[in-house]
Write a protein that binds this ligand. Structure first.
Ligand code: 13P
Length: 249
């Protein structure tokens, strides 16, 4: 089994004061872990987080990236700008971006290619709605997200991508997918990558589970064979909880 990758998605939370308190508490709690750890912070916290994380084992991440290098794209941030600030990984295609801000598989694909070109670790989110799960459409929907979102990548690029399976019905709801549901769905997603990029590549790709993962359920989820880590929302805002997830497996 691989070492785990635990990434916090702070979403639109934490002012400078909060960031300083959270990271100051978190750094000593996770310093000895064998697992890979990242925090994906709001753009406004990037410079401060970079300063606080310097020399630690916590990677700095952002929550989105634009596909162009520069230009008339009000409100967007380019890969170049993020790289300059020491960002190492970036979330792409989170269901909140897809649901509230019109993100599509095509824009995910463009952002993904820009992130790869800059040498980032992209964390690409996929996941179905409750309605889709209840209608038995989960696999078809994920297959399409994967086909269109990862279109045109080489196997060498695909292996650098981290895929986060985040069922929309489990995000921020307190309803976690069971470990069997998460395992089964991620195994299906991995099989789609095997079809596209070969079995060996698919096995090397990191698949995270996200959706109400917390310090209590992390161990059993992370113990499943296809779950290589977690993308953590709410619980990443509390240093002790996030550290317990990092150390859970
Ligand atoms: P919660 O852990 O708050 O459910 O959020 C999950 C998530 O969306 C991480 O990207």
């Amino acid at each position: 089994m691989k070492n785990k990758f635990i990434a916090g998605n702070w979403k639109m939370n934490n002012t400078a004061e909060d960031t300083e308190a959270l990271l100051t508490a978190l750094i000593p709690l996770v310093k000895d872990t064998k697992n890979r750890v990242a925090v994906c912070v709001p753009y406004t916290d990037i410079c401060l987080a970079r300063k606080l994380l310097k020399g630690t084992n916590i990677e700095l991440g952002a929550q989105n990236v634009h596909w162009a290098d520069y230009g008339a794209f009000t409100g967007e941030i380019s890969a170049e700008m993020l790289a300059e600030k020491g960002v190492k990984c970036v979330i792409i295609g989170h269901s909140e971006r897809r649901g509230y801000f019109g993100e599509t598989n095509q824009t995910v694909n463009m952002r993904l290619k820009a992130a790869l070109a800059k040498g980032f670790t992209p964390i690409v989110c996929i996941g179905e709605s409750l309605e889709q799960r209840q209608n038995g459409e989960t696999e078809d929907f994920l297959a399409q997200q994967i086909k269109e979102g990862f279109e045109g990548l080489t196997a060498e690029q695909a292996v650098r991508v981290v895929v986060a399976y985040e069922p929309i019905w489990a995000i921020g709801t307190g309803v976690t997918a069971t470990k069997e549901q998460a395992q089964e769905t991620i195994a299906f997603a991995r099989s789609k990558f095997a079809e596209a990029f070969g079995k060996e590549t698919a096995e090397r790709i990191y698949f995270l589970y996200g959706g109400s993962m917390n310090e209590k359920n992390a161990k059993e989820l992370l113990g499943m064979p296809d779950i290589d880590g977690g993308l953590i929302g709410g619980a990443s805002l509390v240093a002790e909880k996030f550290a317990k997830i990092v150390e859970a497996f």
